[in-house]
Design a protein around this ligand. Structure first.
Ligand code: KG4
Ligand code: ZN
Length: 335
């Protein structure tokens, strides 16, 4: 089965072609980061307008790259939520009209299911069951995964998502959007132990997270340094490192707990923050004594992309799922 995947939930337009026999045939992405950077975050109206511009050229790109014709496509998968409604509507309308013209089925995919399954596109994919840590700009969740669509939420953030905390902390330090990669880069110059931030909610049992206090801890440290006329690049780097270490330690502690609680030793990390090298190293060290394994996607499939939607949609279409012609998207949607 050949499936066209469309991702347009936020600020990346992703289009890909996945074949159930041959694997991923082509993947094209346009990132709007430069468009939104001057605003310090995503402007929804600008995002929708840009998705409209990009979809057809990206579709033509994946057709050329794969050597496939439109007529060879068996189904269309699109991100139906959660995300920015206007942006989602662009991808959904495009998917429905394209599929209608070709007389093929569509399937609406949950964006986080796309992320969760992205490591399946890699050479040594995880096998069910496993624990997944989903860490993106909008979500921080621990999920037990027993199969496609068989997800049990183990814990999630009560306030900011991990990626959101990276973005907000970067903003207060005067760094560019998106903040995750900027903080990670700056942290490499940081001196350890100059600042120490809390590991929120690790002193009590359970698998819930809270990241909004960390951003405040970083803000207080930065304001105090400013008051002492110590606004140097080194100070910024030291705060970035302390912040990243606090997030990484917190995520690692909760992942260890989730593995202990479920008795599993396979951990999948997915979503934009799973691109973070310090997080990957810390989780790999944590699972080593459990003889476990950490699975993640290649960097470009950690952040938003069409390949993960094509893959997830293909699994759902193969299972017999498909939608009607109604264009429905959801800003909020539990997985
Ligand atoms: O999954 P994603 O592309 O979009 C959402 O579904 O939200 O995730 C984007 C988030 C942003 O908050 C970004 O700052 C963060 O992922 N991110 C990172 C890194 N790369 C992206 N956070 C930490 N370290 C990174 N290397
Ligand atoms: Zn995402």
């Amino acid at each position: 089965m050949l499936v066209l995947g469309i991702e347009s939930s936020c600020d990346e337009t992703g289009v890909a072609l996945y074949d159930s026999e041959k694997g991923l045939l082509a993947d094209a992405l346009f990132s709007q980061i430069d468009l939104h950077r001057i605003y310090g975050g995503v402007v929804p109206e600008l995002a929708s307008r840009d998705h409209i511009k990009r979809l057809i050229p990206l579709l033509n790109q994946v057709l050329t790259e794969s050597g496939c014709t439109k007529q060879a496509i068996d189904g269309v998968a699109y991100t139906a939520g959660p995300g920015l409604v206007g942006a989602l509507l662009v991808g959904a309308s495009f998917a429905k009209s394209f599929a209608f013209a070709l007389g093929i089925p569509t399937v609406g995919v949950h964006h986080m299911e796309g992320h969760l399954l992205a490591p399946m596109l890699e050479e040594n994919p995880p096998k069910f069951p496993f624990v997944a840590l989903l860490v993106s700009g909008g979500h921080t969740q621990l999920v037990r995964v027993d199969g496609i669509g068989r997800y049990e939420l183990l814990g999630e953030s009560v306030d900011d998502a991990a990626g959101e905390a990276f973005d907000k902390t970067a903003k207060l330090l005067g760094l560019n959007y998106p903040g995750g990669p900027e903080i990670a880069k700056l942290a490499m110059q940081g001196v350890a132990k100059r600042f120490s931030f809390p590991r929120p909610m690790t002193d009590r049992p359970g698998l819930m997270f809270s990241f909004s206090g960390l951003k405040t801890a970083a803000l207080n440290a930065w304001q105090q340094c400013k008051a002492e006329c110590d606004e140097t690049e080194q100070t910024k780097a030291d705060i970035a490192l302390a912040f990243q270490q606090a997030v990484v330690d917190t995520l690692t502690i909760k992942c260890r707990r989730a593995l202990e609680q479920t008795g599993l030793n396979q951990l999948v990390i997915a979503g934009g923050v799973s691109a973070n090298k310090a997080l990957r190293q810390s989780l790999e060290a944590m699972v080593a004594p459990l003889k476990g394994h950490v699975f993640y996607a290649r960097p470009q499939f950690c952040t938003d992309n069409g390949a993960m939607i094509a893959y997830a949609g293909c699994q759902r279409l193969l299972a017999g799922e498909h939608g009607d012609l109604a264009v429905e998207v959801k800003a909020r949607w539990p997985m």
